[in-house]
Design a protein. Structure first.
Ligand SMILES: [Fe+2]
Length: 261
């Protein structure tokens, strides 16, 4: 089975520029590359920060692009998004009984769970999973039984050694960890938010993140001028079978032929 992971597309209204790049152009090129080379993917996940400024126009632009994308897409929200505004545009997007943007997708042999880690309130960038969201997660995890289960979340529940990001991670990680302990077969957790490629093993659970499609976080603050940098964007091509999980981090804009000398 193949699926695609994309994160932090940060669209702006009017398809304008942001931090020196054009996020809508990056997303168009990403979708074109996936369509051309990975049209056999079963689904695609965009793990939050769909918009930069939580503008209705940005969500409408995303909706239009996805109507032309042949692969079904699961959408999650991040700290830059507005839950109500997102749901007013994506009216059929699944949510839990408390209207959080959480859902699960089950195939014959696997379960995929998409979480909403956005903290309530305007201009709040750290993450939370309140009691209601954790209760929902607990139910999903228990219902998944022995089936291999994969989680997706925007904020990571740990520090990654970049202070800028560590200050706005998911807090309440003890409660999250305790909820995970109800799972019998959690295979991997995909996350976004940090705008970098990472692999993390935390309390025995493995995690991976992706670069943004638009702008990246420098590993060392001050190693480049400005808050963000222009390292290559990537999408993840995830291959799963009974015994293996493989993630290809695909730097789709940098695939160029070698120059022969
Ligand atoms: Fe982001």
């Amino acid at each position: 089975m193949k699926f695609i992971h994309i994160s932090d597309i940060h669209l702006v209204s009017g398809d304008g520029p942001l931090n020196g790049c054009v996020p809508s152009d990056r997303l168009d090129k990403c979708i074109q590359d996936i369509t051309k080379w990975h049209g056999d993917a079963k689904f695609c996940v965009i793990s939050g920060d769909l918009s930069e400024f939580a503008e209705k126009g940005a969500y409408k632009s995303l909706k239009k692009k996805l109507l032309e994308f042949q692969i079904p897409c699961f959408l999650m929200i991040g700290n830059h998004d507005d839950r109500d505004l997102f749901q007013s545009v994506f009216t059929n997007n699944p949510c839990d009984e408390n209207k959080f943007v959480q859902s699960s997708f089950e195939t014959d042999d696997r379960v995929f769970i998409f979480l909403d880690t956005k903290k309530q309130g305007k201009n709040v960038h750290d993450g939370e999973l309140c009691e209601n969201r954790l209760d929902w997660l607990k139910k999903q995890i228990i219902n998944s039984g022995n089936k291999p289960t994969y989680l997706f979340m925007h904020h990571p529940p740990f520090d990654i050694g970049i202070p800028y990001m560590d200050n706005i991670r998911l807090f309440g990680s003890d409660q999250f960890l305790s909820t995970l302990s109800h799972g019998k077969n959690i295979q991997h957790i995909f996350y976004g938010h940090v705008h970098r490629l990472t692999f993390v093993k935390w309390h025995g659970y493995t995690f991976s993140s992706l670069t943004s499609l638009n702008h990246q976080s420098p590993l060392v603050s001050g190693s480049v001028q400005g808050e963000f940098c222009d390292e290559p964007p990537a999408y993840g091509v995830v291959l799963i079978d009974e015994n293996q999980l493989t993630i290809h981090f695909n730097n789709f804009l940098d695939r160029k032929p070698l120059h022969q000398t």
